[in-house]
Design a protein around this ligand. Structure first.
Ligand code: IMP
Ligand code: MG
Length: 172
C-alpha cells in the first residue's frame, strides 16, 4: 500500500492561491490576459486561482503530457489539446500544476511563442527545482519544493489521487 505523508494543507494552499491571484490581478491590470491551463494536472488549481483574480480575462486550455505513468518523465511530450482562442498579440499566462525537469513547459512556451502572443509568463502551483534540466523563468509559484513525488489537488500518480483536497508526499 502506498503511504501518503501530509505536506501542504488545504489552508496553506488557499492562502498561497489567494496571494498569487492578487499579484496577477495587479500585474495584468492593463493587459489583455488569457489564462491558459495546462491539462490535466492544473484543473483544480486553475479553478481556484481564477476566483482570486479580480480583473477581466479569458480562459483556455492546452493539453500536454510527458508521463507514461510512474514517477519520472518519459522525456517525450505529447500535445493532447491545442488552444481554442486566438493568442496573437495577447498576454498569455500559462498555468501548470508542477514544473519538474521543465521539458513540458519549454515545449509549451515555444509553441505559444510561435502563435505570436505578446507576452508569455508562467504560473505554477509547485516549482520543484532539483531535477530542472532546462531553464524556465517561473513568474508565479505558490510553493517551491526541492524534490519528492507529490499527489493531490490535481496532481496524480498514474492518474489517481487528483481528488485529494490537500497535497501529500507519496511513498511507494
Ligand atoms: P516536466 O516536463 O519534467 O517538468 O514534468 C512536468 C509534469 O510532470 C507535470 O505537469 C506533472 O504532470 C508531472 N509531474 C512532475 N512531478 C510530479 C509530482 O511530484 N507529482 C505528480 N506529477 C508530477
Ligand atoms: Mg501536468
Amino acid at each position: 500500500m502506498p503511504e501518503f505523508i501530509p505536506m501542504i494543507s488545504e489552508k496553506e494552499i488557499q492562502e498561497q492561491v489567494k496571494r498569487v491571484g492578487q499579484e496577477i490581478s495587479t500585474d495584468y491590470k492593463d493587459k489583455d490576459l488569457v489564462i491558459m491551463g495546462i491539462l490535466k494536472g492544473s484543473f483544480i488549481f486553475l479553478a481556484d486561482l481564477i476566483r482570486e483574480i479580480s480583473i477581466d480575462h479569458e480562459i483556455d486550455m492546452m493539453g500536454a503530457s510527458s508521463y507514461k505513468g510512474g514517477t519520472s518523465s518519459s522525456g517525450q511530450i505529447v500535445f493532447t489539446k491545442q488552444p481554442d482562442l486566438e493568442l496573437k498579440g495577447r498576454d498569455v499566462l500559462l498555468v501548470e500544476d508542477i514544473v519538474d525537469t521543465g521539458r513540458t513547459l519549454r515545449k509549451i512556451i515555444e509553441f505559444t511563442e510561435l502563435l505570436n502572443a505578446r507576452s508569455v509568463k508562467i504560473c505554477t502551483l509547485i516549482d520543484k527545482y532539483e531535477r530542472r534540466e532546462v531553464k524556465i523563468d517561473v513568474d508565479y509559484a505558490c510553493f517551491s519544493l526541492e524534490k519528492g513525488f507529490i499527489v493531490g489537488y490535481g496532481l496524480d500518480y498514474e492518474e489517481k489521487y487528483r481528488n485529494l483536497p490537500a497535497i501529500y508526499d507519496l511513498k511507494l
